[in-house]
Design a protein around this ligand. Structure first.
Ligand code: FES
Length: 245
């Protein structure tokens, strides 16, 4: 009796021999199908075509073809576009000018003096509080201001003086708006000391620093000072008030 392994091998060989024709038939069928598919593919490749988006003309074959913008062109004519352009340019110019003006104006307002500084720039004095023949000294913009309520005799003395021969010739009428009220900066015109009132050789003001004498109109009469005492800007808003500045 042959061994078991030999019997199995014989059995396998027998099965293979029996199924071989069927396998060969199946393989040849598959090869036939592949050939048919390849043939169909070749036929399609030879008959297919490519539709170019640029057409077939000579011009369209150029890579430098310029597209047409006709469909974006205005249909309402050339002048309507000009009017619109001018309007826009004018409007933008106007807006820019208004903006620039506002900017410059804001800048100037920012740089100008504030309200409290402006308030200090002007000083109002009630004249009723200053008796005749008396001096008052107030501070205005950091400087002393002399206010003299002159008497009738002082006014006459100031007006009668021979002002043409003075060092700084000036009539009394040029130094006062109302003869009763003499308003001057209290700063000596020599080197800036503050003169003393109701003193000196002329009954006006005397500067002790170097000995300058001013008369009752504030004119320099004696000493080193070259000029009369300065008259500030002032006005009389009412009969009883004085506004300096
Ligand atoms: S400063 Fe007044 S006389 Fe010199």
């Amino acid at each position: 009796m042959p061994p078991l392994s030999t019997s199995s091998a014989s059995l396998l060989r027998a099965c293979s021999r029996q199924q071989l024709p069927a396998l060969r038939t199946a393989l040849s069928s598959q090869q036939q199908q592949r050939r048919t598919r390849a043939s169909a593919t070749n036929t399609t490749a030879t008959t297919s075509s490519f539709d170019s988006p640029f057409g077939q003309s000579k011009e369209s074959q150029s890579t430098l073809k310029i597209p047409s913008f006709k469909k974006y062109a205005s249909k309402s004519g050339e002048n309507s576009n000009k009017v619109f352009s001018y309007f826009m340019a004018g409007s933008m110019g106007l807006v820019t000018a208004v903006g620039a003006k506002a900017t410059v104006q804001d800048f100037l307002v920012n740089m100008s003096a504030s309200a409290d500084v402006l308030a200090q720039a002007k000083v109002e004095i009630a004249l009723g509080a200053i008796p005749e023949g008396k001096n008052v000294i107030i501070k205005w913009r950091g400087k002393p201001v002399f206010i003299r309520h002159r008497t009738a005799s002082e006014i006459k003395e100031a007006e009668d003086a021979k002002w043409e021969a003075l060092r700084d010739p000036q009539p009394d009428s040029d130094r006062v708006k109302n003869p009763e009220w003499l308003v001057m900066l209290g700063v000596c015109t020599h080197l800036g000391c503050v003169p003393i009132g109701e003193a000196g050789d002329y009954g006006g003001w005397f500067c002790p620093c170097h000995g300058s004498h001013y008369d009752i109109s504030g004119r320099i009469r004696k000493g080193p000072a070259p000029l009369n005492l300065e008259i500030p800007q002032y006005s009389f808003p009412t009969e009883e008030s004085l506004l300096i500045g």
